[in-house]
Design a protein around this ligand. Structure first.
Ligand code: SF4
Length: 427
């Protein structure tokens, strides 16, 4: 979501006549787009802002702004932490950015927008494409997961109208984008359909069907679904829509029903087993990844072992595992953070080892096979080494040229590591 917001901000500024600097030292304005999900991200952003404000010594006109979730979360207190910061703009007010920069002086724009101006102008997409694009279909969240700051920073759920989303994807397809990832805090809760096409299908599924019809779009992904809203027709869509990629990121958070209840997740582990079984029946090769929090307040060893047993049963091929840390302003911050740090670390390690083993076995299955790969760009490993993604959302490294960026090519998988596949282009 932040990447997509950064693209939108760049486009607004370019439309207003500004140009993109090649590096921060030559810039007149630097905007830090921030995240608030974890405290560490905020500490890093504050540190970076401190470093950047030194530039005011050599360039008195230098402007620095903090935008995004941390801007919303910390608000005016950011000016108290560093008085050299010029503006603070929350994610719901990003469309006011040009006005803020041109206003000069201190600017604080947080909370819901009072303006009726849309921030969904997608002409920002007229930049260099690498064949893939994020498309926001809804923003905000009405859930109240105990540990999560997002409802505070991104506000209430707002769905974009379907025709606007379809127009954006058509525009992207005409500009060589082959893969779109639909974004939303709970993407499968999308209810922005103005015309329900019937059949009692979830509106999100109807949107997927509309996008599936768009010529030029070859891959569709979405992120992130909530288990509670994972309907049977979404599972059927995975079977019936060939462009819908066989990869799901399903944030589970815990395998313990007591912990899930305390988190306010509104589903139990049984629901996860049910979804996974149906998905694997519909699409046997589907890749399933997840998010887990270990060391949530009050999580006992038995409750942690329920998460381990869920891992063993589901066999996620990838997982982001977070050690719980309280965020001020969330409900769980009122609970005692009573799992010791070294115990959180141990639980984290146990799950990482589990997922590493499964990932290696899962990756092994692809060796010797030829797969489609959408080439995204240069890998860090060497000049002519490129990276791209398979439909199952495997990262693949291979030797290729710049001309291949944005194309879908055939790659034979020769080897693998825990997180990447290694391959060779074939005709
Ligand atoms: S569903 Fe829960 S975790 Fe996800 S954004 Fe909403 S409140 Fe946060």
């Amino acid at each position: 979501m932040n990447e997509r917001d950064s693209e939108m901000m760049l486009a607004q500024l370019q439309r207003a006549g500004h140009t993109i600097a090649t590096n921060e030292k030559s810039a007149d304005v630097v905007i830090l787009n921030t995240c608030s999900v974890r405290e560490q991200a905020e500490i890093k952003a504050i540190g970076k802002a401190g470093y950047l404000t030194r530039m005011k010594r050599t360039n008195p006109n230098f402007i620095i702004g903090i935008v995004g979730c941390m801007a919303e979360n910390l608000g005016e207190s950011i000016f108290q932490r560093n008085s050299a910061i010029d503006f603070v703009v929350g994610p719901q007010r990003l469309h006011e950015l040009v006005e803020v920069i041109e206003n000069g002086g201190k600017n604080l724009r947080i909370g819901e927008s009072k303006s009726t101006k849309s921030d969904q102008d997608f002409s920002y997409r007229l930049k260099k494409f690498n064949g893939t694009a994020f498309v926001s279909i809804m923003e905000g969240c009405n859930m109240r997961c105990s540990y999560c700051i997002v409802p505070k920073t991104r506000g209430k759920e707002r769905c974009r109208p379907v025709d606007e989303i379809v127009s954006e994807v058509e525009f992207l397809a005409k500009n060589c984008v082959k893969e779109v990832t639909l974004l939303g805090q709970i993407v499968n809760k999308y209810i922005g359909m103005e015309t329900v096409t019937g059949g009692g299908k979830a509106t999100f599924v109807q949107l997927l069907e509309r996008i599936h019809e768009i010529s030029g779009v070859e891959r569709i992904r979405y992120m992130s679904p909530h288990p509670r809203y994972f309907s049977d027709d979404l599972i059927s869509a995975h079977r019936n829509l060939p462009k819908l990629c066989p990869a799901i990121h399903l944030p589970v958070q815990s395998g313990s029903n007591r912990v899930l209840k305390s988190m306010g997740r509104t589903y139990g582990r049984e629901k996860i087993f049910e979804i996974v079984e149906k998905l694997r029946t519909a699409v046997p090769e589907i890749g399933i990844s997840t998010d887990i929090i270990v060391g949530y307040p009050g999580e006992t060893e038995e409750e942690f072992l329920e998460t381990v047993s869920l891992f063993d049963a589901v066999r996620f091929n990838m997982a982001f595992i977070f050690k719980y840390s309280p965020r001020a302003g969330t409900r769980s911050a009122e609970l005692a953070d009573d799992v010791p740090e070294d115990e959180k670390e141990r639980r984290n390690k146990v799950l990482l080892e589990r997922v590493g083993e499964v990932s290696l076995l899962y990756n092994q299955r692809f060796v010797g096979k030829i797969t489609d790969v959408l080439v995204e760009g240069h890998a860090k490993r060497g000049k002519n080494i490129m990276f791209g993604w398979t439909p199952n959302h495997h990262k693949v490294l291979f030797s290729a040229t710049e001309n291949d960026i944005g194309k879908i090519i055939h790659v034979k998988i020769d080897g693998f590591a825990t997180t990447v596949l290694l391959g060779t282009i074939v005709d």
